[in-house]
Design a protein around this ligand. Structure first.
Ligand code: NI
Length: 388
């Protein structure tokens, strides 16, 4: 593995930062301690600019290369943790009850910090490297908040790249693809109001449970009969709440909730339209009143072809040609790096975390052995994109 020598020396420090972030997980935009530590470290590396409070609690570092050049290439990491109780004992386990870094954003932040330190020290590139640390990836659209706060314009960013660890993929193996790589993630909540009453007199009631069941069944036809079978889509009802502990009551109301995931803008439009039609049509047929809130979440993560191939070529230089997949199947997970790729060309890649518990699992942990891979990838990406 051609990890840059200096990177190998710096990786131990990055692992220390990672474990520190892991001990003090913070949620969404409230990443105050993490962001302050990131800003402090970036300043200590001698970054030319360190700007806090971009998109509320995001941090941006600017590093100018030794050579002249007008290009600006940005690298992005996320800083937020999840509301999960950590179940794995370690010397760096979470000290905050009910919160943990279960998606490896502690590792993403540490790898990018490590790369920033190397780049600020060596400056072996022309142009400008911008390191972006965003809040609220898991929920809250911190990526969008940073874009809306002028991230791209204020720092003159031409291209942007993102990296996420992936359990189940061998350690240090990269995987990406041009085009859609992660899904649009929309959510819905549906309140059905019927007419409650005695279960022995269903004819004088309007049963919201029966109406809800019909709706759930019919919603399955969106994917199975409405969407091209090769165009992956998910419609999942994940909540159905109605009734009490008594068996002899037809309840007045029922509440349904869930998620719709799509990989194409036109499929997203279609799925929402058909969803609304089904809910309204069955609601009318069953005599219940429907109150539907359908919320658009993160858009599809669409990798730009040229930047994806470039990033893959850099990854080959780090992990070897056989360790870089460029046709990985898209996942139906969501990721708000999508907003950054809507604003500028770039690419999103996965890198293997090895055989660990899955993302968002209470026993998950980022593997520190991944740090030199991520740091080398980021450093080589900047040095290759903007050679002196
Ligand atoms: Ni994540």
């Amino acid at each position: 593995m051609p990890i840059i020598n200096r990177v190998a020396e710096l990786a131990d420090d990055a692992a220390e930062w990672r474990r520190d972030f892991h001990r003090y997980p913070e949620l969404q935009f409230a990443v105050h301690r993490t962001a302050a530590r990131v800003a402090e470290l970036l300043k200590s590396f001698g970054c030319d600019e360190v700007v806090p409070d971009v998109g509320r609690t995001g941090v941006v570092g600017v590093i100018r290369g030794r050579g002249p050049g007008s290009r600006v290439v940005a690298l992005r990491a996320d800083m937020d943790a999840l509301p999960i109780e950590e179940k794995r004992a370690s010397d760096h386990c979470s000290t905050v009850p009910g919160k943990m870094h279960a998606c490896g954003h502690d590792g993403h932040t540490a790898m990018l910090l490590g790369a920033a330190r190397y780049l600020a020290e060596t400056r072996n590139f022309a142009g400008t490297a911008v390191v972006v640390f965003q809040p609220a990836e898991e929920a809250g659209a911190g990526g969008l908040a940073m874009v809306r706060d002028g991230l791209m314009e204020r720092f003159g960013i031409d291209e942007i790249y993102g990296l996420h660890n992936m359990p189940g993929l061998p350690l240090g193996r990269f995987a990406t693809r041009p085009g859609p790589i992660m899904a649009a993630s929309d959510s819905f909540e549906l309140k059905l109001t019927g007419l409650g009453g005695h279960a022995a007199k269903p004819h004088v009631c309007i049963d919201p449970i029966l109406a809800g069941s019909q709706i759930i069944t019919a919603l399955q036809s969106i994917v199975s009969r409405g969407v091209d079978p090769v165009d992956s889509t998910v419609v999942s009802v994940t909540r159905f709440q109605a009734g009490t502990s008594a068996d002899n009551i037809i309840p007045q109301t029922a509440l349904l909730g869930g998620t719709v995931r799509t990989l194409k803008a036109e499929t997203r439009e279609f799925a929402e339209r058909r969803f609304r039609d089904i809910v309204e049509g069955i609601g009318r047929a069953m005599g219940v009143s429907v109150d539907l809130s359908f919320e658009r979440g993160y858009p599809v993560v669409v990798n730009h072809a040229v930047q994806t191939e470039f990033a893959a070529s850099v990854a080959r230089g780090v992990s070897g040609a056989g360790e870089v997949l460029t046709d990985v199947d898209p996942t139906l997970g969501g990721e708000d790096f999508s907003y950054m790729l809507e604003a500028r060309p770039g690419a999103f890649l996965f890198v293997g975390n090895g055989n660990t518990a899955g993302l968002h699992h209470p026993e998950y942990d980022f593997d520190d052995r991944l740090i030199p891979y991520g740091m080398s990838f980021w450093a080589k990406l900047i040095e290759t994109a903007m050679p002196v």
